[in-house]
Write a protein that binds this ligand. Structure first.
Ligand code: GTA
Length: 329
């Protein structure tokens, strides 16, 4: 039977109250998720920048490689969206400097109060060479992977070379992020944990992003799925959508529910993002709609074992090197 956590419905404007409460460090349900929301000392004050791996003026993000207490680290900075519920305070509580005025047009610099001017910051430390590679700006190439390529090239590579999924086990075992869980079905076969992706600051539903992590530990990716997994996939699809409707008031028709191939982390998980939000990795070359995956497995139980799958790989990705060595590119 399914166990709901914090599943009582939340009004949209409660989203921000919750987030502010978190920012002040108030525990929502007795804690259990570690240090979230506390006013910690500034761990980044000693961060020494080595180089900028990637940045985007449009997305207002910067990926920086550096050293944190002699350890390799990657820091991701991202300016957060402007929230409608803060507009009154933004207009009344800011200072405004005129830049130019021309006829009916004028531009200003608005200096907002500090708490309305946050930068979402993600720290990976110690970061491996693979993290650095992942966040570095790179050209991508589209790879064509047959079922045989998967078994002879990809599988041996990912068995040796993947990111640790310790963070996933921490979530499943409630050692981390326990207070962030939106919904859990604890069944060992069809169960999963649904929680906010760490790319989402949860302050507005416009960029809603949750992930459902399955309790089964031996399903690496889409490639491992057969019709045996249909009850699991249908359960995630159905209960995930229900939990999001209840918590965030977003109906299924406003959701994009998909799996990545290739994923970064080889423990099966499903992405739930708001339709219209261009989440990184939601393009057709990487995202597979869960609804399509279910239908494909219903019509062919071994669809994902046998089909040729296409996906982009960055120029510095070791797996791309393996495809080249095998003469497949
Ligand atoms: N709740 O500890 C975690 C955690 N980790 C380590 C990863 N995720 C986590 N969620 C929680 N706690 O959506 C999330 C990731 C991702 C999912 C794994 O798990 O945010 P995936 O296996 O398909 O991997 O999904 P994916 O999509 O390649 O990973 P990721 O990290 O999303 O990278 C894709 C691209 O997104 C990157 O190349 C980069 O361009 C961009 N990106 C990554 N992180 C950020 C960020 N913090 N801010 C902005 N852009 C980012």
């Amino acid at each position: 039977t399914a166990v709901k956590r914090e599943a009582d419905s939340v009004e949209p404007d409660e989203l921000s109250q919750r987030a502010e409460k978190k920012a002040r460090g108030d525990s929502e349900n007795g804690g259990g998720g570690g240090e979230a929301g506390k006013e910690p000392e500034n761990v980044l004050c000693g961060f020494k920048t080595s180089n900028v791996l990637n940045d985007s003026a449009r997305e207002k993000t910067m990926f920086i490689r550096g050293k944190l207490a002699d350890q390799e680290a990657v820091v991701i900075l991202e300016k957060t969206p402007i929230r409608e519920d803060t507009l009154a305070e933004l207009f009344s509580g800011s200072t405004l400097k005129l830049e130019m005025k021309n006829d009916i047009y004028s531009t200003y610099r608005l200096h907002a109060p500090a708490h309305l001017n946050e930068i979402k910051t993600t720290v990976v430390c110690p970061a491996t060479e693979k993290h650095v590679t992942k966040y570095q700006r790179q050209e991508s190439s589209l790879v064509e992977e047959t079922g045989e390529d998967y078994r002879s090239i990809t599988l041996p590579y990912i068995q040796k070379q993947t990111f640790s999924v310790q963070w996933v086990y921490n979530i499943l075992e409630k050692k981390a992020e326990a207070d962030r869980i939106v919904y859990e079905d604890p069944d060992p076969e069809v169960g999963f944990v649904l929680l906010p992706d760490f790319k989402w600051d949860q302050k507005q539903v416009d960029d809603l992003y949750l992930i459902a992590i399955v309790h089964q530990r031996d399903i690496k990716s889409l490639r491992d799925l057969t019709s045996e997994h249909l009850p699991l996939l249908q359960n995630i699809f159905q209960k995930g959508k229900e939990a999001i409707l209840q918590r965030y008031k977003l109906p299924a028709s406003k959701l994009r529910v998909y799996l990545h191939y290739q994923p970064s982390y080889y423990h099966l998980h499903v992405h739930f993002t708001k339709l219209g939000y261009e989440a990184p990795g939601c393009g057709v070359e990487r995202a597979h709609l869960l609804a399509d995956v279910i239908q494909n497995l219903q019509s062919d139980p071994h669809y994902y074992e046998t089909r040729t799958l296409y996906f982009p790989l960055r120029a510095n990705d070791g797996l791309l090197g393996k495809f080249k060595e095998a003469g497949r590119l």
